[in-house]
Design a protein around this ligand. Structure first.
Ligand code: ADP
Ligand code: MG
Length: 237
């Protein structure tokens, strides 16, 4: 078992606010790691720093042993890290196929290749029939699915999912978990932020908990729910 991603001492300041103040996490190849923590803990900021959307103030982000902290978003995507956004990118005026193609173009500069790949991804996630719909016409569940499709179209070996199940009905959550399992079966490693612990517990190999910008726990999901610091962080929020 080898670490695909190793984050150490990650810090990010926004002016005087220390959004991240010592995040450590390791993601093993081929596994699903859950990242949890109270609102405002710094989970989305950590994703931004890993994916190159934000420049860390300090700390190290190693992907396949290579330091990538501060590397630009498009280069990180080409290295194999794909992500979804917590606030779904609406792609209001784009069709499902166009939005997915923007992801595919990160790796496939020829438009025809990119479109063909986008269509394969849409079939995989179950949106092929809706490929000519506009983003704004989609249900929340389909918008989330489109977010995943766009990220998958960049052909990631590490996929960062930021609350893709938030706002979904239990039935839609089950569909999303099924899609997750199929993504894992393809060999994609997943790091996901999710609030619904019942969703995470059965599928996560490991859980990392952050609170107030710091890692306070890393271990199995079973141990997480019995850890006093974890329980306190949630009850205190
Ligand atoms: P989480 O995803 O765990 O809910 P976030 O990473 O979104 O938390 O936010 C962590 C902290 O950083 C919060 O206090 C939030 O208000 C702040 N923050 C996040 N993004 C920015 C930004 N771009 N500018 C200023 N403050 C930010
Ligand atoms: Mg967040």
């Amino acid at each position: 078992m080898s670490a695909l991603l190793e984050v150490q001492g990650l810090a990010k300041r926004f002016g005087s606010l220390r959004a991240l103040d010592g995040v450590d996490l390791t993601v093993e190849e081929g596994r699903l790691t859950g990242l949890i923590g109270p609102n405002g803990a710094g989970k989305s900021t950590a994703f931004g720093c890993i994916a190159g959307a934000l420049k860390p103030s300090a700390g190290s982000v190693r992907f396949r042993g290579v330091e990538i902290a501060g590397t630009a978003y498009h280069r990180v995507a080409r290295l194999g890290i794909g992500r979804t956004y917590q606030i779904v990118q609406t792609f209001a005026d784009m069709t499902v196929l166009e939005a997915t193609t923007t992801g595919a173009l990160m790796r496939r500069p020829r438009l025809r290749d990119a479109i063909a790949h986008a269509r394969e991804v849409l079939t995989f996630v179950g949106l092929e029939d809706k490929r000519y719909r506009l983003g704004r016409a989609l249900t929340i569940a389909d918008k989330k699915r489109l977010e995943v499709a766009r990220a998958l179209a960049t052909e990631p070996s590490l996929l960062l999912l930021d609350e893709v199940m938030a706002g979904l009905t239990p039935a839609e959550c089950r569909d999303a978990v099924d899609l997750l399992r199929r993504i894992l079966a393809r060999g994609v490693t997943v790091l996901m932020v999710e609030h619904v612990m019942e969703v995470l517990m059965p599928i996560a190999d490991r859980i990392v908990v952050i609170a107030a910008g710091k890692t306070i726990f890393a271990g199995t999901a079973g141990c997480a729910v019995r850890d006093r610091r974890v329980v306190d962080a949630y009850l205190g929020s």
